[in-house]
Design a protein around this ligand. Structure first.
Ligand SMILES: Cc1cc2nc3c(=O)[nH]c(=O)nc-3n(C[C@H](O)[C@H](O)[C@H](O)COP(=O)(O)OP(=O)(O)OC[C@H]3O[C@@H](n4cnc5c(N)ncnc54)[C@H](O)[C@@H]3O)c2cc1C
Length: 240
């Protein structure tokens, strides 16, 4: 189906009602100003999306996924967006944009002694570190775009920056993630539920075929980093 295809347009027009019927609580918007804002990032590209969804929390992402994984809605492209600072147009697409930053920006838990934190994927890096500062810890990968980029986008791009040679890049400081699928949340720190077994078996088969295939399988499974990212933290060193 293409964006001009009448069947595609009809499917899109039925999506908001299907989402509400399924219990989706977040924003469902298609006004032209918001779509225009979501049509660009820090790349040279511009792609106008058809619909913006702003989930309230992880459960809301699962609800959205459950609808968007079901025919005919599974034909609609679905793309997560964080701070929109990517330089390659990664957060741009037609179809549905999941705006992870608007509501899902909470610091859920922090353990300064254990040096870990749980965050929602839409938290802006500088906001996270401002909340961590009183605890004497920080999340290390310091991108130049720290006032805008969010943890979900950093995980997806494996962001790095100033200090990464000492503290590592994002993947070096990531303890675990929750991945949203229509059936529920897949927690990388917990045993996989029954519904995830076929997906993980497919990923393992791909892994045996080579690393690139494995990465493709993982990214296919990672439709949206919809739950919590567990982050490793570093202690703030006192100044000279
Ligand atoms: C001036 C400038 C300086 C920069 N400096 C650096 C730097 O120092 N270091 C560096 O590493 N990068 C840098 N970048 C690139 C960019 O800031 C990083 O890639 C950043 O991590 C992107 O985060 P974001 O939240 O803006 O993600 P977005 O641009 O919104 O999205 C990036 C990708 O992440 C995906 N994504 C976002 N949220 C989720 C989610 N919840 N679940 C699944 N996928 C998700 C999107 O679909 C997209 O594919 C720079 C860019 C600019 C323009």
């Amino acid at each position: 189906m293409t964006a001009e295809d009448p069947a595609f347009r009809q499917t899109l027009s039925r999506l908001p009602a299907a989402l509400k019927d399924a219990g989706f609580r977040g924003g469902i918007e298609r006004d032209s100003a918001l779509r225009a804002a979501m049509s660009t990032d820090n790349s040279v590209y511009r792609i106008l999306p058809d619909l913006i969804l702003a989930p309230m929390d992880a459960a809301d992402v699962v609800t959205a996924m459950s609808v968007l994984e079901t025919p005919p809605f599974d034909a609609i492209p679905l793309t997560a967006r964080g701070g929109g600072t990517g330089t390659n147009g990664q957060s741009l697409n037609r179809g549905v944009i999941l705006d992870m930053r608007r509501h899902m920006h909470r610091l859920i838990a922090v353990d300064p002694e254990g040096q870990w934190a749980d965050v929602e994927p839409g938290i802006v890096l500088d906001d996270l570190n401002a909340q961590l500062r009183p605890h004497g810890v920080f999340f290390a990968p310091e991108t130049s775009t720290s006032t805008r980029c969010v943890v979900g986008g950093m995980v997806s791009t494996d962001a790095s920056g100033k200090g990464s040679r000492i503290y590592g890049k994002t993947s070096d400081n990531l303890l675990g993630v929750e991945i949203a699928r229509g059936q529920g949340l897949l927690d990388s720190l917990a045993p996989a539920p029954d519904w995830a077994q076929p997906m993980l078996a497919a990923a393992e088969t791909a892994a045996r075929a080579g690393r690139d295939a494995f990465m493709l399988a993982v990214f296919a499974a990672m439709a949206a980093l919809g739950g919590i990212a567990a982050l490793g933290l570093d202690e703030v060193q006192s100044g000279p």
